[in-house]
Write a protein that binds this ligand. Structure first.
Ligand code: DHB
Length: 324
């Protein structure tokens, strides 16, 4: 009922974690690999060349409607996520693809990590993160279309070269991007142009809405410490922006779309899929509920599908109706 495909990757269910949440440490990745949980992909924390401890605490805060974070890319370094891919996949009985999220601090760092990933047969693809809002002094690549075009072109070259070698061993490799939210139609169109001239296969829409400010009114204090309280906003309040991005990229590219933003119930997942998502990722709600959230959301989605007589997600994916 929930089977799906992103690029050439077959997934058992259409739900998994958003990068960043419980996917930094070895034990967290093992839990994501556990066949007892309904998530269908093991997606790592965005990695950098060197390990990082991240920004000062507190750096995460949430309410019923939203979350704010400024973690600052704490991660164990790309070598850790590459070297442990086979052990973690083995724990999933090789049923869940392992996708490396990459957020190198320079273009060269990204190219080096991509090269390593595509040459590792236990890594099934990358989600190249063009949208981290929380590293001080590093703008979001997805908002600079010149650099975005350059990084995608070079990444494509590296992946094509690596893929040729992998094909002989029979395993494919997903080239995906994690995009920031766009808010202006001209920006959507510029991003689509770049993507349509590349061999990117999947788009995760959206990363958090960057540089929001949340206030603890009791204390008259910013909710998080780094960057004077500015951080990426996630959770229920970002769903309309997420849906708009999912739908635009679904209609205007050939990529598989992975919806992310404001999903805590089956109906939220249903809306994302109706807008064109082939799978959904859970961030803020996963942070709140841990691994049980995947099954809960799927159970609710299953009831909605049953009530509408849909047997597979392809029966309604992208079929959102517009006024004439
Ligand atoms: C972080 C936040 C993001 O939204 C992201 O895409 C990557 C990293 C962080 O602060 O760690």
């Amino acid at each position: 009922m929930f089977k799906t495909k992103i690029g050439n990757l077959d997934l058992e269910t259409c739900i998994y974690n958003a990068s960043g949440v419980y996917c930094v440490e070895f034990g967290e990745l093992l839990k994501l690999a556990d066949p007892g949980f309904s998530n269908s992909v093991i997606l790592t924390k965005s990695c950098t060349l060197e390990p990082r401890i991240g920004n000062n605490l507190p750096r995460y805060y949430d309410t019923k409607l939203l979350s704010i974070n400024s973690s600052g890319l704490p991660n164990l370094g790309y070598q850790f996520y590459c070297d442990n891919a086979h052990i973690i996949k083995e724990h999933s009985e090789f049923k869940k693809p392992y996708i490396l999220s990459i957020s190198g601090l320079t273009l060269e760092d990204n190219y080096k990590i991509i090269t390593e990933a595509v040459n590792n047969n236990f890594i099934d693809g990358i989600e190249l993160n063009l949208s981290c809002p929380n590293v001080i002094g590093k703008p979001q690549v997805g908002y600079d279309f010149t650099i975005m075009e350059e990084i995608i072109r070079k990444a494509s070259e590296i992946i094509e070269t690596g893929r040729d070698a992998r094909l002989e061993s029979g395993s494919g490799f997903l080239f995906g991007l994690k995009l920031p939210p766009y808010f202006d139609i001209s920006h959507f169109d510029m991003a689509c142009d770049i993507i349509n001239n590349s061999n990117v296969q999947s788009l995760t829409c959206i990363n958090s809405i960057g540089n929001g400010l949340v206030i603890d009114t009791e204390k008259e204090l910013v909710a998080i410490a780094p960057k004077n309280g500015y951080g990426g906003i996630g959770g229920t309040v970002i769903k309309p922006t997420a849906l708009a991005n999912v739908h635009y990229f679904y209609r205007n590219t050939k990529c598989s779309i992975i919806g992310c933003g404001g999903i805590s119930r089956g109906m939220d997942a249903f809306e994302h899929i109706l807008c064109g998502a082939s799978a959904v990722q859970i961030g803020t709600h996963f942070h709140k509920k841990r691994n049980v959230c995947f099954k809960e959301i799927l159970t609710e989605l299953g009831s909605i599908m049953k009530s509408k007589n849909y047997k597979t997600i392809d029966d309604f994916r992208g079929k959102l109706v517009h006024y004439k």
